[in-house]
Design a protein around this ligand. Structure first.
Ligand SMILES: [Zn+2]
Length: 263
C-alpha cells in the first residue's frame, strides 16, 4: 500500500503543441461501452507528487506512457485557464482496450502513443479524505487531467470523493478490491478474478456509472493469469514509465528528485 498525493511541481523542458486523437474504447462490461479518455499534458513540467503528511493511503503518482501507433494530430480547442503557466492538456487520447493492451514501458514495450515531451499523470489507491481532494486541487490549479486507479474498498468508504474525481473530468479505472498482490503464490486464479471484478464493481457503484476499462495491478505485480483474464474482459493494463516512489519520500522535494531520477 502506498501513500502520498500530488502537487504539480518542477519544470523540465519546453511545451509542445499537440492535438486531439480518438480511439474507440470498449467497456469491461460487454453491455456498456465507455468512452475512456487519457489526457496528455505537455511535459513542459514534470509532474510529481508531494505529501505534506504521510498519513492515510493516498494516491501514487506515476507517469504513464501509453497507446498504439502514432495517430494523426487534430486541433484541440483551448479552454480557459486562470493560470497562465499551467501544465494544461495538450490533447485527449481515447484508447481501444480490445484484448487488454498493456501500456507503460516498465512492463510493456510495444505500445507508445506519446510524443516527445508528453506525459500522462496517474494516481492510485484513493479515494481518501484530504489526499484525494488535495490531488484534485493541484490538478485543477494546473488546468490538467489525470487517470485515477481507486481501490474498490476505498470507493465504498468514500463514494462522494470518487464522484468528485469523475465530476472534475478525470478518467477513473480500477485497482482491485483490496489492493491484494495478484502475482502472489497464495492468490488463486479465482481470487484474482474476484479482486478485479469486485474492484470494478465497487468503483461503478460509487460513481453510479461504469468506470473506464483501465486497470493497474497493485504494486505493479502483473500476475500472468490475471493478465490473461483482463484480456478476455477487454480491459487495458496500465504499468508506468516513471514511478515517483512517493510512498518512500518524506517531502515534495524528495518526490521531485526521485521522479526526475527515474525518468
Ligand atoms: Zn496501489
Amino acid at each position: 500500500m502506498r501513500n502520498a498525493l500530488g502537487l504539480m511541481l518542477a519544470s523540465v523542458g519546453a511545451a509542445v503543441v499537440i492535438a486531439a486523437v480518438w480511439f474507440w474504447t470498449s467497456s469491461p462490461r460487454a453491455d456498456s461501452a465507455v468512452a475512456a479518455t487519457v489526457s496528455v499534458p505537455p511535459a513542459e513540467r514534470l509532474a510529481a507528487t508531494a505529501s505534506a503528511k504521510p498519513v492515510p493511503i493516498a494516491e501514487d503518482a506515476d507517469v504513464t506512457a501509453v497507446i498504439p501507433a502514432k495517430p494523426p494530430v487534430l486541433p484541440q480547442p483551448k479552454t480557459a485557464c486562470a493560470n497562465p503557466d499551467a501544465l494544461g492538456v495538450s490533447r485527449v487520447v481515447e484508447i481501444d482496450t480490445t484484448g487488454g493492451p498493456g501500456f507503460g514501458f516498465a512492463h510493456f514495450k510495444q505500445l507508445d502513443f506519446l510524443a516527445d515531451k508528453e506525459i500522462v499523470l496517474t494516481f492510485d489507491d484513493g479515494p481518501w479524505p484530504v489526499n484525494t481532494p488535495s490531488v484534485l486541487k493541484a490538478l485543477a490549479d494546473e488546468c490538467t487531467k489525470a487517470v485515477f486507479f481507486p481501490i474498490g474498498k476505498h470507493a465504498t468508504y468514500h463514494p462522494e470523493i470518487l464522484k468528485q474525481v469523475a465530476a472534475a473530468g478525470h478518467s477513473v479505472g480500477a485497482h482491485t478490491w483490496s489492493h491484494a498482490n495478484l502475482n502472489s503464490q497464495k492468490m488463486t486464479e479465482q481470487q484474482a478474478k474476484d479482486e478485479i471484478e469486485k474492484g470494478f464493481s465497487a468503483v461503478k457503484l460509487a460513481l453510479g456509472a461504469a468506470p473506464s476499462p483501465f486497470f493497474r495491478f497493485p504494486q505493479l505485480q502483473h500476475g500472468a493469469a490475471a493478465m490473461t483474464y483482463l484480456g478476455t474482459r477487454n480491459v487495458a493494463i496500465f504499468s508506468c514509465d516513471v514511478d515517483s516512489f512517493d510512498f518512500r519520500a518524506k517531502d515534495a522535494t524528495q518526490i521531485i528528485s526521485q521522479a526526475r531520477a527515474s525518468s
